[in-house]
Write a protein that binds this ligand. Structure first.
Ligand code: AMP
Length: 209
């Protein structure tokens, strides 16, 4: 099963991707997580991507495509995968088409006001990347990841000005993607403003039809 999750920052993509990946036993591939890991480790890719990620702009397509071409060849992708944050432009989608046949695309729909409200209260684990929300999904122990005990922090690109830029980029460059997949009849729009479990249930119902 080859799936894609699309949605603005703060739409719950990461949380849903984790749930889908665990439930259906397919790897969760997040280009944002891969880029942040490379930035943290100061790799060549990280150095090239840093400026873009920190300002909320998209990393150039060539870099992302090269990265994904390699990642999708890994043995764990043989039985399917869930892509989170890729593709983000129609050009990336066209490149992906040359590599893989995608079964379903889920778009998590959340308004701009809700995005800003959610992201300002979001915390991420420095060690494993798990995400929390101080109101909706608080960690059991303040500042500590439930899953791995790592330290929780606010992503640099979750600051209000950068979030606004990321939203603008999403509406301009990523929304045309939805039309692209809609024309192929594999797009499913999901109301992302529902409780986490209900969003997951809606996705599950579509997968299991
Ligand atoms: P995310 O964690 O998915 O919100 O991604 C964080 C940042 O990584 C984005 O704001 C972009 O700068 C960069 N990024 C992640 N995925 C992509 C992609 N597919 N194409 C271009 N840039 C990306």
């Amino acid at each position: 099963m080859k799936l894609i999750l699309v949605g603005p920052p703060g739409s719950g993509k990461g949380t849903q991707a984790d749930m889908i990946s665990r439930h259906y036993k397919i790897p969760h591939i997040s280009t944002g997580d891969i880029l942040r890991e490379n930035i943290k480790n100061e790799t060549a890719l990280g150095k090239l991507a840093k400026e873009y990620v920190e300002s909320g702009r998209l990393v150039p397509d060539e870099l992302i495509i090269r990265l994904m071409r390699k990642r999708l060849k890994a043995p764990d992708c043989r039985n399917g995968f869930l892509l989170d944050g890729f593709p983000r432009t129609v050009d990336q989608a066209k490149e992906l088409e040359k590599l893989e046949k995608i079964d379903m695309v889920f778009s998590l729909e959340v308004s701009d006001d809700e995005v800003v409200r959610r992201i300002s209260r979001r915390l991420i684990c420095r060690k494993c990347g798990a995400s929390y929300h101080l109101d909706f999904k608080p960690p059991k122990k303040e500042g500590i990841c439930d899953k791995c005990g790592g330290e929780l922090y606010q992503r640099d690109d979750d600051k209000e000005e950068v979030v606004k830029k990321r939203l603008e980029v999403y509406r301009e460059q990523t929304e045309p993607l939805l039309r692209f997949y809609d024309e192929k009849h594999i797009l499913h729009r999901i109301n992302g403003e529902q409780p986490i479990e209900k969003v997951f249930k809606d996705i599950q119902e579509i997968i299991e039809v």
